[in-house]
Design a protein around this ligand. Structure first.
Ligand code: FES
Ligand SMILES: [Fe+2]
Length: 322
């Protein structure tokens, strides 16, 4: 397989996804890796292949004392540099391949095996000042190429189709689109129809969504799409993250942050329920997007064009000219 966008920075996990002293497996550009975090918050990563007889290290376990990983096959132990650990001490040269990580606060970035071609974007750290981390939602391995998966985030004609169910979006006019290299910003408005009682009962957070919502989207190609919305509870930031697992599989997850101004959100139990409902609604958006993407037939030359497709052509150009 040819690597997808070699040299791009990929956000492969948020710290909260790792747990403590637990192997966490990821696949990036056709390579499997294992990541783990010790109780002091230090994070380690190796290629997932045991250098003895190629067992997947992620099926093994973490030694809390040495912060090392033990292979599930013959119980050899490796530290985060890939050195064999014997009697509690690392021995000799590294024999398992380490994966270089760049950990910025709670965000775990990597370039995989490639030389960096773009710096790590600071969009998340800059926009989340004054916000609280809510949780991760919508984690999914999409059975579709990276390009098809990213394209829907730049498609400003899909909301009234894909998100018609539940969110009842009937139109989403775009007020502005500005781009500067790998960064882009879009202002759009969602115009919604009324929800049915049944939909509200299933997703109470729909009550917080007005009939007309002005959204701001910011993009840091290729990894991040930020969706910002002001709702009656306050402000919400959804970072939609994507990275290529293989040629036909793409990983996504959403990091949700909130800045609540509504006094209701000061009541802990209520806040918890509302936040869960928001996470659920976000996961639904992800599911709607990627069920559609997974259902597409192979791409052909479109025989019809819609307005606002220039935003999609922008990402198409960045991808193909990488
Ligand atoms: S395969 Fe890992 S210890 Fe033998
Ligand atoms: Fe969507």
């Amino acid at each position: 397989m040819n690597a997808i966008l070699p040299g791009a920075p990929w956000l492969v996990a948020h710290r909260s996804m790792l747990g403590i002293n637990k192997p966490y497996k990821i696949t990036l550009n056709n390579c499997d890796y294992v990541i783990w975090q010790n109780s002091q918050g230090k994070i380690f990563a190796l290629e997932n292949v045991c250098p003895h007889m190629q067992a997947p290290l992620s099926n093994g376990w973490i030694c809390q004392t040495h912060s090392s990983i033990t292979c599930p096959f013959h119980a050899l132990e490796f530290n985060g540099e890939g050195k064999l650990v014997k009697d509690g001490e690392p021995k000799g040269e590294a024999i398992a391949n380490a994966l270089d990580l760049i950990v910025q606060d709670d965000l775990i970035w990597t370039y995989g095996i490639f030389e960096p071609r773009l710096p790590i974007p600071n969009l998340i750290s800059e926009r989340t000042k004054g916000f609280n981390f809510v949780d991760i939602t919508g984690s999914k391995s999409i059975q579709a190429s990276f390009f098809n998966s990213i394209r829907i985030n730049y498609d400003f004609n899909h909301q009234n189709g894909v998100h018609h169910d539940i969110f009842r979006i009937r139109d989403n006019p775009v007020q502005s689109f500005d781009s500067d290299g790998y960064y882009a910003k879009v202002i759009q408005t969602f115009l919604r129809e009324n929800n049915t009682l049944n939909e509200i009962l299933q997703n109470p957070s729909l009550l917080n969504l007005p009939k007309q919502i002005v959204n701001e989207l910011e993009y840091s190609f290729p990894c991040i799409t930020l969706f910002k919305a002001k709702i009656s509870l306050g402000e919400i930031l959804q970072f939609f993250i994507l990275y290529p697992e293989t040629e036909n599989k793409t990983r996504t997850f959403v990091i949700l942050y909130g800045n609540w101004c509504n006094p209701m959100m000061k009541i802990p139990g209520l806040r918890f329920l509302i936040e869960r409902s928001l996470l659920k609604a976000t996961a639904k958006v992800v599911e709607q997007d990627y069920t559609t993407v997974e259902s597409l037939y192979p791409q052909q030359e479109p025989k019809i064009r819609l307005p606002r497709e220039e935003i999609m052509f922008y990402v198409q150009k960045l991808y193909h000219e990488w």
